[in-house]
Design a protein around this ligand. Structure first.
Ligand code: SR1
Ligand code: MG
Length: 399
């Protein structure tokens, strides 16, 4: 019989006491539920005497953002903990360490990263992270390459894929990103001031064709083990360190979906500068930093990925002259398309981003929303024609 129950702050302390080799027996422990995401409980447990702390992340059997009317599998906690272990083995410096996983409670015990900040918050505050592009480019290249048929034994890859069949979480993405924004869906969350722009989306048939092609890739293209929800709220950061968290949406999917998630959230913040920058000069400077980061993420990713392929490729046929270039052009195109789709969903879909929603001035917020929507649509429209990252940058600069 399952012993699952959502923990209280007090129960989280009792649970932490019985984890071996963490806290001193009988020491004073403090507990705080700090989860601000859409789905889970997150407890921070700290030992008063030593300052030592851990995180307990527990899945709820429903989507917290909507309520108990939206049941959600607890198996996502297993998927998250297994994905973190795979990611940590490939990039030890770029993910939190997992101390333990409890299947009965759907709970993962992991390293506390409270000395970092959530990157979305850092960007909203106008901070710059010069090492981020190198870190995330390496994370993406290593994780995507070594879990794909390019870098992993292809029989082992199929077996691993079986552990990451994640139908319920994938369904959320299929609906919220690749369907609902393009029709008058009940789940949509559209501010009245941009209703006209949302309605235009619903009748844009050329756009719908591109979204259908992207949706098909999301449903069927099992290229690599994805994080599955790699927005700036899934990244902890400080000047010299980047940590990717929260891979509960992990599954085998198209590589461009993860890369696009990173780029989309940088460009959403670019649009949000309508509300955050104090004057034209600071707006231009911060936007230029964001766009340079977009370009650098792709450049670091591509350089790392090509070098891994050249050194560790497992497939003789994939070493055929010209195939690597063909693959990377297609991947860039997918990335551009998924970037656009991930921007559109954050403006008219169920789950928005604080970068834009927290702009208090309604007129500035509307400008940011319209800009993000226009950029997202432009990227979706152009995706299958792009051949260099500079074309993506040119579209964002031009809109
Ligand atoms: C019901 S969950 C809404 C969104 O939150 C997650 O972070 C994913 O992006 C999902 O689409
Ligand atoms: Mg999350």
């Amino acid at each position: 019989m399952s012993t699952y129950h959502p923990l209280t702050e007090v129960q989280a302390i009792a649970y932490s006491r019985q984890i071996p080799n963490l806290f001193q027996e009988g020491s004073d422990l403090a507990s705080q539920e700090i989860g601000d995401g859409n789905l889970n409980l997150v407890f921070r447990i700290s030992e008063t005497a030593t300052g030592k702390s851990i995180i307990l992340k527990q899945a709820l059997p429903y989507a917290k953002v909507v309520g108990e009317s939206w049941p959600l599998t607890l198996d996502r906690a297993r998927i998250e903990s297994e994905a973190l272990l795979i990611e940590e083995a490939l990039n030890p410096d770029l993910v939190p360490h997992v101390y333990a996983y409890d299947a009965d409670l759907a709970l993962t015990v992991m390293e506390d990263l409270s000395d970092h900040v959530i990157m979305r918050k850092g960007l909203i505050e106008g901070n710059q992270y010069p090492l981020f592009a190198e870190h995330i480019g390496r994370f993406l290249a290593t994780t995507l390459f070594f879990t794909s048929d390019l870098g992993k034994n292809q029989q082992d890859k199929k077996i691993q894929q079986g552990r990451f069949i994640n139908p319920e979480l994938c369904k959320i993405t299929e609906d919220l990103i690749f369907d609902d924004p393009y029709r008058d869906a009940e789940t949509n969350n559209i501010e009245a001031q941009i209703r006209d722009a949302a309605e235009q989306l619903w009748t844009d048939h050329a756009l719908h064709l591109e979204v259908a092609i992207l949706r098909q890739k999301f449903l069927t293209s099992a290229q690599a083990l994805l994080h599955g929800d790699l927005h700036t709220g899934s990244i902890f950061i400080k000047a010299d360190s980047t940590k990717v968290i929260d891979p509960e949406f992990a599954y085998y999917g198209p590589m461009g979906f993860d890369i696009g998630a990173v780029l989309a959230n940088l460009i959403l913040n670019f649009a949000a500068q309508e509300g955050w920058s104090k004057d034209d000069e600071s707006r231009a400077a911060y936007r230029s930093y964001l766009l340079q980061t977009v370009k650098d993420v792709w450049t670091h990713f591509e350089a790392n990925f090509r070098s891994l392929w050249n050194e560790h490729g497992v497939d003789r046929v994939f070493q055929t002259a010209g195939y690597q270039d063909y693959f990377l052009t297609n991947l860039l195109q997918d990335t551009v398309g998924f970037t656009g789709a991930k921007m559109v969903r954050r403006i008219v879909g169920l789950a928005h981003v604080a970068d834009i929603d927290k702009i208090e001035d309604a007129a500035a917020r509307e400008r940011a929303q319209r800009l993000a929507l226009d950029l997202g649509k432009a990227l979706i429209r152009i995706n299958r024609q792009v051949t260099s990252i500079d074309e993506l940058i040119a579209i964002v600069t031009k809109e």
